[in-house]
Design a protein around this ligand. Structure first.
Ligand code: PLP
Length: 364
């Protein structure tokens, strides 16, 4: 047999031995079509602030000739003013996934395992694997709550969302503070992707704790998932370290339109609150109808509900909804394999969901 042939027959080629192999994060489907009801990725069902469309139409394209501000200054300044912190305390990224990925690279280098909940945002273990950061998961209790005592073991850092995803459950500021206080030698990241829908941000704790970093996104409550804007707030030194890594990776990640339009979305606080209040009202209405249909769920403080039915398996409901062009999120995973994560849409979308569920569950 020729050398070429035998090399071909080996399971992998030699060059593949040195590939960084990863199992990528799987995002929710993005189905295309007119009459689809998309309740699977927690996007906002309403458009962004009207000023965003106005500024997009007025955009001076000759400005695109130049590189944008590498620190996204217009946006960082708007966020600093909004949250009452210094602009040096704000780091802006291309979605909070970008911010979180850079934070893993910057802060989790001790070689000790980082800690996060067993049921949580499914990107955390992907980044840990990508960067070869050891990690350990801490089991949520039987009511899906974080047990703060679990975060007292030796570790190389902590990350958790608050409210948690996909449960939607909010932890009180005391629980967050307890975890931050117990871990002063490492960085604790609180991922507040859903905090605007009913929680109290941990931002005030930054005055007391240097090891805390808070991450938020424009993708959910600010209706700008397509623009890709996320940010972190922390003490100046920590944000400087994050910027050093970012500038060593790719300086100009956030394009000029995103900086301008993102800043505009922050300015229009009245619109932001109006949309948020509408979503919260629809969520509370959806909790009632889902209960009437025989679902149980943790009491969500987010823009989604994590529901399981008392008799019908989640997978079956997921598939039957999909046949009707209604998309919700389902994971075939331990602990959560009988739950559906249903994003809160408009009242009309939720009514259509209720009607479809009524048919699917009839007689069951
Ligand atoms: C949606 C989400 C993010 C990331 O959102 P971006 O669109 O990248 O800003 C981060 N964390 C959690 C928990 C999320 O649900």
């Amino acid at each position: 047999m020729s050398a070429v042939k035998s090399a071909e027959m080996r399971k992998t080629m030699e060059w593949e031995d040195n590939v960084r192999r990863v199992v990528p994060y799987v995002a929710g489907e993005q189905p295309k079509g007119e009459n689809i009801i998309k309740l699977n990725t927690n996007e906002c069902p309403y458009p962004p602030a009207p000023g965003v469309a106005r500024l997009a139409a007025e955009l001076d394209c000759s400005a695109l000739r130049l590189y944008p501000d590498s620190g996204a200054a217009p946006l960082a300044e708007a966020l600093a003013a909004y949250y009452g912190v210094k602009k040096e305390q704000v780091f802006v990224g291309v979605g909070s996934d970008d911010v979180l990925a850079l934070a893993f690279l910057t802060f989790f280098n001790s070689g000790r395992p980082i800690l996060f909940p067993d049921v949580t945002y499914s990107f955390y273990d992907v980044w840990a694997e990508l960067y070869r950061i050891p990690y350990r998961t801490c089991g949520l209790d039987e009511n899906w709550h974080i047990r703060p005592g679990d975060y007292r073991q030796p570790n190389g850092g902590v990350i958790f969302p608050n409210p948690n995803a996909p449960t939607g459950l909010l932890e009180g500021t005391e629980t967050v503070e307890e975890i931050v206080r117990a871990n002063r030698e490492v960085i604790v990241i609180v991922d507040e992707a859903y905090i605007d829908f009913g929680g109290v941000s941990a931002i005030p704790l930054l005055k007391k704790y240097e090891n805390l970093m808070i991450v938020q996104t424009f993708s959910k409550s600010r209706a700008l998932a397509g623009l890709r804007v996320g940010f972190a707030i922390g003490n100046e030194k920590l944000i400087r370290y994050l910027n050093d890594v970012k500038f060593s990776f790719n300086s100009y990640t956030m394009n000029l339109p995103a900086q301008i339009l993102g800043a505009e979305a922050v300015q229009d606080d009245a619109y932001f609150k109006e949309v948020r209040d509408k979503i919260v009202a629809t969520r509370e209405r959806a909790k009632k109808t889902l209960s009437e249909l025989g679902f149980t769920f943790p009491d969500s403080s987010a823009n989604f509900i994590f529901a399981s039915h008392k008799t019908v398996p989640a997978r079956e409901i997921f598939e039957k909804l999909r046949e009707r062009d209604i998309y919700v999120r389902y994971w075939d995973k331990p602990r959560i394999g009988n739950s559906l994560r249903i994003s809160v849409g408009t009242d009309a979308q939720m009514d259509a969901l209720t009607a479809a569920l009524g048919e699917i569950l009839e007689g069951k």
